[in-house]
Write a protein that binds this ligand. Structure first.
Ligand code: SAH
Length: 346
């Protein structure tokens, strides 16, 4: 009976080295294979040309390389590309390539579906099926890097964890993937070009702070008033702003890295002076900046983008208080690739 083969990318480098020693080979062979897997992104053992044929077939007997498959690629009129990514068990997630004049940003998913219940987000309507493995996150990055080279003649420059799922609810795998993406034995990208975006899980923000991570942190704030935030992001009842604030102060104390707040202004929800004042106050707890993002309608019109005047009010008051604010236009809206629109619709 054929035993179930293990996914070789679930092994650490040390485990790979040990495996070769157990096979009567040199530990160093483990380093070579590790490099093929994580630096050269090999899809098959046959691609590992500096490994002997016998060793390659021996690996084939023991392991598989579970690789993602880009099932469908859609291109927006603004150049944005959305990939529907099929995982080895048939589930699908989406990732997005966002080109600007000078950069290519990959927006990657960390979970299949999402367990949070933000009322304005399409992904929240999908059940959380499972966490992504480190290799599944890594593969999304490699796929977008290839597309960037192919269509824009340049490598991928930035990564944001703003696709499907809550990265801090898949903490270990997300950090493991970032390690593979940034390590010189992996893709060697700078952690300064990576941003992890969270709805705000205080315990996990503190853990990242303790680990002195080198990537950036973005928090989807949307309101600095508990009652309002809970009404649009119900999990705020479990992780109230007081706890979030305390975690963010701790984050800054440990990392000295400025926090980005993502913020959508909706009419009738947070388009008041009171809401802006609360945000200004919240921004003063730790050095931060605000990204105002456009609302991308997801369906029934329950939420509506606030007026340009309300957005201007935010901009003016934040600036008067010395807080950096940028107003972002959405990208890839025509293919449902913009923030909050990822829902495997195709
Ligand atoms: N769970 C993480 C990662 C998702 S990031 C997080 O919450 O940060 C996706 C970003 O898009 C978040 O800032 C989210 O609040 C925002 N978003 C969700 N739905 C949106 C919508 N319909 N329009 C605009 N932004 C949306």
């Amino acid at each position: 009976m054929e035993r179930k083969k293990k996914d070789i990318r679930a092994l650490t480098k040390d485990q790979l080295r040990d495996f070769f020693v157990d096979q009567g080979d040199k530990a160093f062979r483990g380093n070579q294979v590790y490099e093929w897997l994580w630096q050269k992104s090999a899809h098959s053992f046959d691609a590992m040309t500096n490994i002997s044929k016998e060793t390659r077939s021996m690996l084939e007997e023991h392991f598989v390389i579970n690789h993602i498959k880009v099932d469908q690629m859609q291109r927006s009129s603004d150049g944005t590309i959305k990939n529907a990514v099929r995982l080895h068990d048939g589930l699908v997630v989406e990732s997005v390539l966002i080109p600007t004049e000078t950069r290519t940003t990959a927006c990657v998913s960390s979970q299949v579906g999402c367990s949070l219940d933000c009322r304005f987000c399409a992904t929240a309507r999908l059940k959380r099926m499972r966490n992504l493995n480190p290799d599944e996150i890594y593969d999304q990055v490699v796929a977008i890097d290839n597309e960037s080279r192919l269509y824009f003649n340049r490598p991928l420059s930035n990564i944001v964890f703003m696709g499907m799922g809550e990265p801090l609810m898949n903490y270990n795998n997300v950090l493991n993937a970032i390690e593979k993406i940034t390590s010189p034995e992996g893709l060697g990208m700078s952690p300064k070009r990576i941003v992890v975006s969270t709805s705000g899980v205080p315990k996990m923000i503190k853990r990242m702070a303790d680990e002195k991570v080198k990537f950036g942190l973005a928090v989807s704030l949307h309101s600095a008033i508990d009652e309002v935030r809970t009404s649009i992001m119900p999990f705020n009842a479990t992780f109230p702003l007081k706890d979030l604030r305390e975690a963010l102060e701790y984050w800054y104390a440990q990392t000295k890295s400025r926090i980005t707040y993502e913020y959508v202004v909706w009419s009738g929800i947070n388009d008041t002076k009171e809401a802006v004042d609360a945000l200004v106050k919240f921004c003063k707890f730790a050095p931060s900046k605000v990204n105002i993002i456009e609302y991308n309608p997801i369906d029934d019109g329950e939420f509506q983008q606030a007026s340009a005047k309300a957005v201007e009010m935010y901009q003016n008051i934040l600036e008067q208080n010395g807080i950096t604010v940028t107003v972002r236009r959405s990208r890839g809206k025509d293919i449902d690739a913009a923030c909050g629109q990822l829902a495997n619709k195709q």
